[in-house]
Design a protein around this ligand. Sequence first.
Ligand code: GAL
Length: 419
Amino acid sequence: MRGFKGLKMTMAAALLASTASMAVAEDVEVLHWWTAGGEAAALNVLKEDLASKGIGWVDMPVAGGGGEAAMTALRARVTAGDAPTAVQMLGFDILDWAKEDGVLGNLDEVAAAEGWDAVIPAALQAFSKYDGHWIAAPVNVHSTNWVWINKAALDATGLGEPTNFDELVAVLDKMKEAGITPIAHGGQAWQDGTVFDALVLAQGSDFYKAAFVDLDPAALGGAQMATAFDQLLKLRTYFDDNFSGRDWNLASSMVINGEAGMQFMGDWAKGEFLKAGKVPGTDFVCIRFPGTQGSVTFNSDQFVMFNVQGEGKKAAQAAMASAIESPTFQAAFNVVKGSVPARTDVPDTDFDDCGKKGMKDLAEASANGALHGSMAHGHGAPAAVKNATYDVITAVVNGEYSDGASAATALADAVAAAQ
Ligand code: GAL
């Protein structure tokens, strides 16, 4: 009797599943913060891919690199009971949403059918899955410890690509002498955090993990952290007077047009250079932040699916997720975005030299235990801790500390209080 009932249940479930997958996919409403030139160009690759499958796109852009404003807008939508179909999201923010009962959707069926478990790296799955269920489709891997240098400005210094902090300072001094702004920086908390992430990573891969992933108080408040803050104090002397509040893509433009020498930024900056028609190796140079060669801090943009009502909407989520994970789409999109594929089985053939280096560095760092979630980009620790680090880092950038040791002490205190 039980067996028969079980059989009936299975048939009912199968019928339901086939109805869901047969439902006609509706339009997708997508909340994202990809509003800069290179970002919009990459997003177009996705829109067009979905359009070719008959899925329309309702755009909900919320400008602001790092996604802080987008996350505020999302909270308001969900509170109003009107969640978008899919939302661009980073790291621990995804897990925070997943903890709220019944708020997110489920991509298990499409993930199983397409074998995502085998091709999406574990470091990404840590944020794409919750409680064993797929809740998000990762679209890329960005790494954040890059420097984007105007090639003519570097050549004019007569120096080579800097490989450590002292060499970096020597190049910056020469650029200053040449009358250009050595560092194009945007004074926003997440950008301050991006620069500081690189300085902490330069103190060593194990140190980065101890401080920004394991949140070890001794690492957070110790001598190496003090050195990283002292170096941040040094770097801020190479910013121009108008850095405060500047958007990251405007800082990229300064390097693109030769007004500034270099920018410390994740590889979404490359999207801006490409959009401006610039060629890697000819017009600009991409190097790992001096002292971080061999290590990578990463973030991954993922499209998180919310628990929408209606089979047409659920079908659209599955179709969008499937489109995102297709290997050909992964290559086409990431070539434009500046990032690298979120799957390990996509060849690097279509990528430029910076992209090829990005893929190689990522694979090597991953194999060597030197791949870490970026603190500044929500992959090191949850938002409360990230924001606590931002507060101290931004205070240093704004000249509120005059020595690294007191900043390190403040950082350890702030992170302890945020947990
Ligand atoms: C990051 C995001 C990137 C990039 C950047 C600037 O948070 O992961 O895709 O676009 O913001 O908007």
